[in-house]
Design a protein around this ligand. Structure first.
Ligand code: UGA
Length: 439
């Protein structure tokens, strides 16, 4: 079978992982991006984003994977062009498609006689049809043709490479047999089942899936808040619920809410889309509201111990929106640190990877600490916002040894209550009983 020549427009974490994995299975891949520094880094063997396993995959595929700023170089001979550019949130919550259409115009100019264009970016239902029509008008009279495919991604940051290498399914929305055949060849050497459907349905699968997971998290967080009030334990409740295969045990971890570049954006986009069509999805609207309150729920708890935070030293463990990434988009740390600083607290932060990104928001206002004990030194209170392995494996005695007043407010339920009860500290988590009493 002839190797497929693939161009990937956009080398963010989705585009880059897609390019690296498709090169890994033997296709000839060229990544194209408008960001000069990114392309330079990639061509000199570097990896511009933090994503486990990606540097190794890029290195291994150097022979059949290259990067360019030039759409013509990437697309002129391509059989398939993936579009993996960002679709940021607009002020009203809808998805902004300007990068998708800018990319479409460049592909139309640069491509050869015919190619399949695969939209990987998360786009509103019906975008594939719009892209198809736009290509048709751009290519009218040139004799060149494009078939547009919807192929949404389901990569989680931190496990994106494995998620693509071993996807539970690949969703492919096609409108022709030819597009179906070429997409089957693109994915032939990956083990995942291919689910073919119409383009609009494929686009809907992406939104419906992300929104469902966001709902699941919002729901378990609301149940956790009720557990707090009624004396039940959310870990046991989630374990009991998750044992039912109809519910499943994934995405039932209660905490301080979801962040990242996907769930917040995709819930707002679906809410916008459904409202626009006068069919508001009320469950999604509720999840958005629940999550906004949940993100700052530790602050409310902190007020049980301190009526105001002026002059308090507060340690913040974890800044990234989840472990395994340096990404701060919609991270609870941004909301919590803003409130603490505004209230006059002295904030000491620790994160193994996200501190450099955090410095863009707070270059001098917080103290950056190289270790957890350093962040905890003389603190009056500690907020745990990300369940990094270093936090999970921390000996709780360190809180007692380092902090002036060992009050630990854990937004990620990192520790067993029995273990925490053995130490002279006050420990509050989400949906579980409080351990210790304030001195
Ligand atoms: C998410 C989806 O999981 C991917 O399938 C999807 O492809 C991706 O969005 C996307 O649309 O690009 P991601 O945002 O990287 O991936 O991260 P997740 O691991 O899903 O976590 C999202 C947020 O939910 C995090 O803040 C995490 O802490 C939170 N979460 C997750 C919980 O609070 N509880 C859970 O049980 C699970």
């Amino acid at each position: 079978m002839r190797t497929i020549r693939i161009a990937v427009a956009g080398t963010g974490y989705v585009g880059l992982v897609t390019a690296a994995v498709l090169a890994h299975v033997g296709h000839d891949v060229v990544g194209v991006d408008v960001d000069e520094e990114r392309v330079r880094t990639l061509n000199s063997g570097g990896c511009p984003i933090f994503e486990p396993g990606l540097p190794e995959l890029l290195e291994e595929s150097r022979e059949n994977l290259s990067f360019t700023l030039d759409y013509r170089e990437a697309c002129a001979d391509a059989d398939v062009v993936f579009i993996a550019v960002p679709t940021p949130e607009r002020v009203d919550g809808s998805a902004n498609l300007k990068y998708v259409f800018a990319s479409v115009e460049q592909v139309a100019e640069a491509m050869g006689p015919s190619c399949v264009v695969v939209v990987k970016s998360t786009v509103p239902i019906g975008t594939g049809d719009r892209v198809q029509r736009h290509f048709e008008s751009l290519l009218a009279g040139t004799g060149r043709e494009v078939e547009v495919v919807a192929n949404p991604e389901f990569l989680s940051q931190g496990t994106a490479v494995q998620d693509m290498l071993h996807a539970s399914r690949v969703i492919i929305g096609v409108e022709s047999e030819r597009a179906r055949e070429i997409m089957a060849r693109v994915y032939a050497d990956l083990p995942s089942p291919l689910l073919f459907m119409e383009r609009r349905s494929a686009e809907m699968v992406k939104y419906a899936s992300n929104n469902f997971l966001a709902l699941k998290i919002a729901y378990i967080n609301e149940i956790a808040n009720l557990c707090d009030l009624l004396g039940a334990d959310i870990d046991d409740v989630a374990r009991g619920m998750g044992a039912d295969p109809r519910i499943g045990d994934k995405f039932l971890r209660a905490g301080i809410g979801y962040g990242g570049s996907c769930f917040p954006k995709d819930t707002k986009a679906l809410h916008w889309l459904s409202s626009f069509h006068d069919r508001e999805i009320k469950t999604v609207k509720a999840a958005i509201e629940v999550n906004a309150v949940q993100k700052i729920s530790l602050i409310k708890r902190a007020h049980r111990y301190h009526s105001d935070f002026e002059g308090l030293t507060v340690a913040v463990l974890g800044l990234a929106f989840k472990p395994g990434t340096d990404d701060l988009r919609e991270a609870p740390s941004l909301d919590n640190v803003a409130i603490l600083l505004d209230a006059g607290a002295d904030v000491r932060v620790w994160d193994p990877y996200a501190m450099d990104n955090f410095k863009r928001f707070y270059p001098d206002e917080v103290t950056y600490c190289a270790s957890i004990p350093e962040a905890l030194a003389d603190a009056d209170m500690c907020l745990i916002l990300t369940e990094w392995p270093d936090v999970l494996s921390l000996d709780p005695a360190v809180f007692v040894e380092q902090m002036r007043h060992p009050l630990v407010l854990d937004g990620r339920n990192c520790y067993a209550l029995d273990e925490m009860a053995r130490h002279a500290l006050v420990y509050e988590s989400i949906g579980r009983r409080t351990v210790g009493t304030a001195r």
